[in-house]
Ligand binder design. Structure first.
Ligand code: ATP
Ligand code: MG
Ligand code: FE
Length: 337
């Protein structure tokens, strides 16, 4: 079963061919980072236009690298949401066009299901499991009782982790996206600045990162006002330490409470070295198997969309060609339909 998958939910134009939901035949990602960097973040209008410019070429590349033609495909899959509506539309229209022209089944995929199932391209999943989704727009603890079922047991009440990383990086005058820069700075730091942790109610799996972000800004402002020297690496370290502490604590608690067999990391922030290392150490201590994708499969790509599309292929649940882009598509509903 060869699925051609397309992903254009944000600022990566991506296409991939995935065999049997597991084997990557090709995985082409064209990032628009350079374009958006000068604005300090993604400009939606520009993102859509860039997708239009590159989508045809990226899909051709994916087919060519996989050494398959449209006749060798079993289905065409595409990210339906969540994401920027203008960006989603470009991928959706391209995928529908191909599915229609080649008379192939068409599958709309949830972007976060993609991030989670990126793990299946490299690991064997065992249920029940807990997935810790940490990305640019999402921070969620997802309980998965079985394959393809998603229950969100906790989520951020304000900023997503990646968003907090990018905002803190911006305050430290680092380029967009700031996550990898903060990660590197924190890793090299020879000291730290202790910052608060937002634990919320004792029984809650929810998160909050806006207070932490404000704490960073307030430390920066105070140093500026008093004219004191501040080591930005120490601040990056303190920020990352607080983030990792709260994420790990809540994720491990969920694993124990739900009797999960595995803990999965998913999303762009799963590329964070500090998070991977510290969570690995804690999981090892507690005998919990931890899975995370390779670096390049953590951030947005189409291989993960192909992996998640296979869930629907198995059930022969196809989408109709009038499927709409859904910027706020629900993971639980997508899984259940
Ligand atoms: P979503 O998946 O929620 O729709 P998105 O697709 O924009 O959002 P991703 O591509 O999954 O987000 O992840 C991008 C985010 O990951 C950015 O905020 C970026 O700063 C962050 N990120 C990438 N690498 C790292 C890292 N090493 N450490 C911390 N954050 C990182
Ligand atoms: Mg991106
Ligand atoms: Fe993403």
């Amino acid at each position: 079963v060869n699925i051609l998958a397309i992903e254009t939910s944000c600022d990566e134009t991506a296409a991939a061919v995935i065999a049997d939901g597991k084997v990557i035949l090709s995985n082409v990602v064209s990032s628009q980072i350079k374009t958006h960097q000068q604005y300090g973040g993604v400009v939606p209008e520009i993102a859509s236009r860039k997708h239009v410019e590159s989508i045809t070429y990226i899909v051709e590349q994916a087919l060519e690298k996989a050494n398959v033609s449209l006749q060798d495909l079993s289905a065409v899959a595409v990210t339906q949401g969540p994401g920027l509506v203008g960006s989603l539309l470009v991928g959706l229209v391209a995928a529908k066009g191909l599915a229609c022209a080649a008379e192939l089944p068409f599958i709309g995929v949830h972007h976060i299901a993609g991030h989670i199932y990126a793990n299946e391209l490299e690991h064997t999943l065992q249920y029940p499991l807990i997935a810790l989704v940490v990305s640019g727009g999402h921070t969620e603890l997802v309980y998965m009782k079985e394959r393809g079922s998603f229950e969100i047991i906790g989520q951020t009440r304000d900023d997503a982790v990646g968003e907090a990383y990018d905002k803190v990086a911006r305050a430290l005058s680092l380029p967009y996206p700031g996550g990898p820069h903060i990660d590197r700075m924190a890793g090299d730091a020879d000291g730290t600045i202790h910052l608060p942790r937002a634990w919320l109610e004792p029984d809650s799996y929810d998160f909050s990162f806006s207070g932490l972000k404000s704490a960073v800004l307030s430390v920066l402002n105070q140093a500026k006002m008093k004219g004191t020297d501040l080591n930005p690496a120490h601040l990056a370290h303190g920020f990352q330490d607080s983030v990792i502490d709260v994420l790990s604590e809540k994720a491990l608690k969920a694993v124990r409470q739900y009797g999960a067999k595995q803990l999965l990391l998913a999303g762009g922030v799963a590329a964070n070295r500090g998070l991977r290392q510290q969570l690995s150490a804690k999981c090892e201590e507690q005998g919990i198997p931890l899975l995370y994708p390779s670096m390049s499969l953590c951030t947005d790509n189409a291989a993960m969309i192909g992996a998640a599309a296979f869930l629907k292929w198995e059930k022969q649940q196809f989408s109709s060609l009038d499927l709409k882009a859904e910027p706020l598509l629900s993971l639980e509903k997508w899984g259940a339909r």
